[in-house]
Design a protein around this ligand. Sequence first.
Ligand code: FES
Ligand SMILES: [Fe+2]
Length: 415
Amino acid sequence: MTEVAAKDDARFIWPVEDTSRAPYWVYTDRELYALEQKHLFQGPVWNFLGLDIEIPNPGDYKTTFVGDAPIIMVRTMDGGVNALMNRCAHKGSLICYKPRGNVRELTCVYHNWTFDLEGKLTGVAFRKGVGGKGGVGPEFDSNDHNLVRLRVETYKGLVFGSFSQETPGFRDYIGDELIASIDRVFIKPLKVLGYHSQMLPNNWKLYAENNKDSYHASLLHVFHNTFGVVRPNMGGGIKLSDNGWHHLSYTERTPPNDDETGREKVRSLKEQYKLHDSSMMEHRLELGDLVTNSIQTIFPNLVVQQILNCLAVRQLIPRGVDSSELIWTVLGFEDDAPDMLELRLQANNLVGPAGFISMEDGCVGGFVQRAAKADPDAQTVMPMGGRGIEPSAGSRVTESAVRGFWKGWRECMKI
Ligand code: FES
Ligand SMILES: [Fe+2]
């Protein structure tokens, strides 16, 4: 990676003053991708790592990524959560190569160096050599060879890691208004119902933008419009953090459409289309309001989703300049009765790689990526709802949250 900061690089000059335009090189430039690792993912952000319920017992670990950097999220012996770089301090081998497991200490398979769950180097094989010969010299100090350790914060069971010492605490990072929308969803102890994962044929930022792009929801997703999950005339709006980096987009149900069970009736806007089984569209109000869909982004890599009764978090991982991975962790509450679990699993058909709604998001970023390649200096335009990053109370026909994403990206990258 070049040591030149992105801001000093004449190739990366933003074409306009605000973020109502973005050049295509943001999706296609390999050097910029490398700079993102340092300035953004290892910069002043909180990266989502996983859920604390995924590692309930001392020694439980899960492997994940912060940008390209492999990370071990581990439950310590005293019940805390650590995030350690999954890279041995000797010659850099991955230490944990399974998705998850349970360990008392971390042992590198290559030359058997061992580390405790705080990342401290505790053992060097043949440290004193064999038969008085070989081994390390007296100047070798174990304290200089611990694993890289990230700052960690857990909020409502969501675990975040940061390489930056300057980033404010998580609550200040996203602000009171968006903290409240996490509180709104995570009202009780959670249970993991399962996972989806998919490779996206596009730069990670195309999916990050897509989540903030409420303009496309009723247009790209024909299922939405046909069966009325999201319609442009529904109530709802967009909230943004003061700095524009994070957002919430939500829609609200129209009350007369309820029946006495608290479930919303499914309507088809096109009479010739009928669902043989409409149970995936049923919604039981459970969070104290009439919100049917809420999509919240936490910059740079997390989405918290409530679609009807389907709760999930989505973690976005870059996998090279033109590829990314999306991992969905589908959630319920620990005390869900069997009928609520059934509702959640039915609504889960709407999301994931083959979801009736989400499937289009899995390919539309690839459409942009393929078209962007030829002309990196051309630009996208984001004119909906003005040029700023104002919240929108009555309308979701705005690109303000997408402009907010680019504001955050530019501030991290200093471009
Ligand atoms: S690379 Fe880990 S012990 Fe050598
Ligand atoms: Fe979408």
